[in-house]
Design a binder for this molecule. Structure first.
Ligand code: KIV
Ligand code: ZN
Length: 408
């Protein structure tokens, strides 16, 4: 069981907080709307998984969203959660634009949690300032100061995000972040809102922030990456290598457009390559498959078969060479044990690429011990059948055995 360091203002330097935003940014995926009871069920599962922070919603968006946030704050965030790898409940967070109305609503949502957090954001890129906000840089700075301070008067734990940080001018970004820290922000989240950056740039952005922002040591730096170029996990890992100690993620990587950094990918990259990163999380990785299925069922979003960690093929092997290797030693073609992520076992799928060794193995698992001549005949029938269909199933194999034996 991992050792969780939940809720400390400043966790140890080798601990990466996992901030799950499946219920907020994940739900913003077109078509992913969840009911309040599905959200509650997912929040409970996330607490058991061991996430440090659950972003539960955007209460200003609708009365229903507010209610879902309040319910989770009371039912998941107020007392110890059975099965959670830490005695303390997770931090319960809600999102707010940088306005008093939104911040008040977010506070109404999370106030009853034992560890509430308000997350407020304002864009800092020139594109957003000019075309969306129609604000000057000076106005943005004033608004950040005022709204972070306003949120901090309500709540001791305030996160600030400069939206579209990935395309913001670094010097201005540093000024905004300094203003947020001075006004009381405890976490500074750096979003690559449109998934524009590449890993070397995003890592350099985080390193620049850590070097140039006065007072940065008083806050936790967080990464929040989108997957428009398929780089969300790589970018987040580079940010972590550059000193970020919170990763904002979603289950199965769901989220706006191409999605967000996937929780399972960050957690398993940090765990599998611990020697490289020297970092840990509080996640009970054996829960990953269960939570992935739950989110897929609630959103109606199927997980692609080749999705890292949680796809149906993530621990499946069809080619003869790979199956032969796997039957000799698991480490030949797997870098983690399926049980580590809650998958019961590696699957050797029988199809046209499979070899004799894999067929014999499956026959023996099914209780058939054929002599060499019978095996050769069964293998020939198996290959003929495998050319005609995607997978050869156990009933197919049983039929092949009966025919082979009848002909012997
Ligand atoms: O992608 C983004 O910029 C966001 C912020 C609200 C953090 O989701
Ligand atoms: Zn986002």
């Amino acid at each position: 069981m991992p050792e969780m360091i939940a809720n400390q203002a400043m966790p140890p330097s080798d601990y990466v907080r996992i901030f799950d935003t499946t219920l907020r940014d994940g739900e913003q995926s077109p078509g992913a709307t969840m009911t309040s009871s599905e959200k509650l069920e997912i929040a409970l599962a996330l607490a058991k998984l061991g996430v440090d922070v659950i972003e539960t919603g955007f209460p200003a968006a609708s009365p229903d969203d507010l209610l879902a946030v309040q319910t989770i704050a009371e039912r998941v965030g107020a007392a110890a959660v059975p099965g959670r790898p830490a005695p303390t409940p997770p931090i319960i967070c809600a999102l707010a634009r940088a306005t008093k109305v939104d911040i008040d609503k977010a506070w109404e949502g999370v106030a009853r949690a034992a560890h509430p957090r308000i997350h407020t954001f304002l864009a800092t890129s020139d594109i957003h300032l000019k075309h969306k906000l129609r604000m000057t840089r000076a106005e943005v700075l004033d608004r950040v100061r005022a709204m972070v301070a306003y949120a901090r008067d309500l709540c001791a734990d305030v996160e600030f995000s400069p939206e579209d940080a990935g395309r913001s001018e670094p010097e201005f970004l540093y000024q905004v972040l300094e203003a947020a820290i001075a006004a009381g922000a405890t976490t500074l989240n750096i979003p690559d809102t449109v998934g524009y950056t590449i890993p070397s740039e995003f890592g350099a952005l985080i390193a620049g922030i850590r070097k140039n922002v006065a007072g940065i040591d008083r806050a936790i730096v967080s990464v929040h990456c989108h997957n428009d170029l398929g780089l969300a996990t790589a970018n987040a890992l580079e940010g972590i290598r550059a000193g970020a100690r919170q990763a904002e993620v979603t289950i199965n990587g769901i989220g706006e457009r191409a999605g967000n950094t996937a929780l399972e990918e960050i957690v398993m990259a940090l765990a599998t390559r611990r020697a490289v990163f020297g970092l840990r999380t509080g996640i009970d990785t054996t829960q990953i498959a269960t939570v992935s299925r739950l989110v897929s069922a609630a959103t109606g979003f199927n997980v692609q078969p080749n999705k890292a960690i949680v796809g149906a093929n993530a621990f499946a092997h069809e080619s003869g060479i790979h199956q032969d290797g796997m039957l000799k030693h698991q480490e030949t073609y797997e870098i983690m044990r399926p049980e580590m992520v809650g998958v019961t076992q590696t699957r050797l799928v029988l199809g046209k690429h499979s070899g004799r060794h894999a067929l014999r193995n499956r026959l023996e698992e099914l209780g058939y011990h054929l002599d060499e001549a019978q095996l050769a005949a069964a293998f020939a029938s198996f290959k003929a059948l495998a050319d005609k269909k995607k997978h050869v199933t156990d009933p197919d194999i049983e039929a092949i055995v009966s025919t082979t034996r009848a002909q012997a």
